[in-house]
Design a protein around this ligand. Structure first.
Ligand code: NI
Length: 171
């Protein structure tokens, strides 16, 4: 496993805005990518990471929503799709490893029915609720080149990007 660099909006907005391509098959090469992504996410630390955040434009996400003190619970999502989403919404203060140290409220569906392939390449269909629902919607946005700050007002978004760029320049 290897740690990969996480791209941020300070320097890599163009890459982060790319749309990711579907994965043909879940093979050992893809599992190496998923292992690297998980290690990189844990090291950050974060609870979710999309492949485009390390510069790989493939529809792959890793996540671990275990709380502190709980056993790690890594989850892997290949080619995830949302089949249904609740009308009921949920507001959560989100952050993103590609927009470091910025947090703001985003409203999303509180339940989503998702279909994806897991680490073994098996197809899974399940309802995601609460933090799981929020997180998978946030990460799936990355696959479309959308960041959580794109859900904010233009003013807030520009301020966030300026703040990240300024923070980067401090040695
Ligand atoms: Ni993110």
């Amino acid at each position: 496993m290897a740690l990969r660099d996480i791209l941020t909006v300070a320097d890599h907005t163009a890459i982060l805005k790319q749309k990711s391509a579907p994965v043909d098959q879940v093979d050992d090469a893809l599992r190496v990518l998923m292992d690297d992504m998980l290690e990189t996410m844990y090291a950050a630390p974060g609870i979710g990471l999309a492949a485009i955040q390390i510069g790989v434009a493939q529809r792959v996400i890793v996540m671990d929503l275990a709380r502190e003190g709980e056993e790690p619970r890594p989850q892997y999502f290949v080619n995830p799709e949302i089949l249904e989403m609740s009308d009921e919404m949920f507001v959560y203060e989100e952050g993103c490893l590609s927009v470091p140290d910025i947090y703001d409220d985003v409203e999303r569906s509180s339940r989503v029915l998702i279909r994806y392939q897991n680490y073994q390449g098996e197809q899974v269909e399940e309802w995601a609720e609460e933090l799981y629902a929020i997180c998978i919607q946030h990460e799936m946005d990355h696959l479309e080149g959308i960041l959580f700050i794109d859900h904010l007002s233009r003013l807030k978004r520009e301020r966030a990007i300026a703040k990240v760029k300024k923070a980067r320049k401090v040695p």
